[in-house]
Design a protein around this ligand. Sequence first.
Ligand code: SAM
Ligand code: SF4
Ligand code: SF4
Length: 383
Amino acid sequence: MSTYMNKIIPIMDLRLLNAVAAAEQRPVVADTGNTPAAGRLHAITDKLDRPLHDLRISVIDRCNFRCVYCMPKEVFDNRYAYLPQDALLSFEEIVRIAKLFIAQGVRKIRLTGGEPLLRKDIERLVAMLSTLRTADGTPVELTLTTNGSLLAKKARALKEAGLTRLTVSLDALDDALFRKMNDVDFAVADVLHGLDVAHQVGFTNTKVNMVVKGGTNDSQIVPMARYFKDSPFTLRFIEYMDVGSSNGWKLDEVIPSAEVIRRIDAAFPLREMVPNYRGETAGRWSYVDGGGEVGVISSVTQAFCQTCTRARLSTDGKLYTCLFGTQGYDLRALLRNGDTDEVLLTAIAQRWQQRSDRYSELRTAMTPVLAASRKVEMSYIGG
Ligand code: SAM
Ligand code: SF4
Ligand code: SF4
């Protein structure tokens, strides 16, 4: 019997259970003849009226890089307590949770980590997730964020398994600087090769994300723009954030997106694009000469909490409703206690409906206070 049972009282709409059935493409749970179609269910909303649309799943808390801004060597050394293997959600557990989130409105799943391509047989998980459908039968968008180190080896298997799209992180083109930033002496040429292989095996619309840390790699803004202009890849610049408690973040190391755009525009004139949809996290700019586009993700200078529709699942099955969360909700405990889909659906709905997170919006005013509080690491919760 779950220790949570006394807190979660499942109040189940039959349509939700049918949406779970639809997610795995099996017949509906029951059809009374007057049950509204599952497809007409509305996604649950939180206290700020934000629907639940995206789920980020961290499949591993380990990484083969030691990026200075994410998993600095001094903290993530061989004494660091990574999760033991049996703490990780199994693929079956991940798929079950994903299915329940899809029933609650999720349309997009991103696999992340740590480094997701280090998780053994990750392509098998991708294949399992790619069969899931929303209540109206639409496939779920299934993406993955990687440091690219194993991409050349894995790209074909990921494509064949049904991965929709890829995001590759790359912080510099200068080889010496890149090796210094990943701090494991990994060559930039190997990531670029991985990108090329991903393109060759048929991935389209691949994003390349560069975190800009002032004084460390801002010299790479224009060279990166030059390299990816007129290429099949879309480059995006991410403002350096105060995630976790390990990276010693300082506000003066943040290069505002406006400055990034100013520097690129001086070399290659840009014009601002209209957002694709409300709540798009990246500001988009196109090259005036038709050379494609660049994006900027201004998590610090222009917080987008008002339209944040993301839930996050940590490697060990805790649900976080904000990247800057301090405490997750233990869904794995419910799973391993043998709780029913109704109990889990209710738990997820309750957590989302109680959500009022807007950390980034509050950050600027409260920076000194927040910097002192202990936040969860990005490698564990997933970027
Ligand atoms: N290992 C994979 C990778 O690097 O793409 C996936 C996990 S990583 C935590 C996800 C993303 O978070 C990467 O693009 C990384 O650059 C970004 N990231 C990590 N720490 C960050 C920070 N302090 N500020 C902004 N972005 C950060
Ligand atoms: Fe690893 Fe990604 Fe973090 Fe770099 S950003 S240390 S590659 S998890
Ligand atoms: Fe979403 Fe939290 Fe980031 Fe705001 S700070 S955009 S609520 S994850």
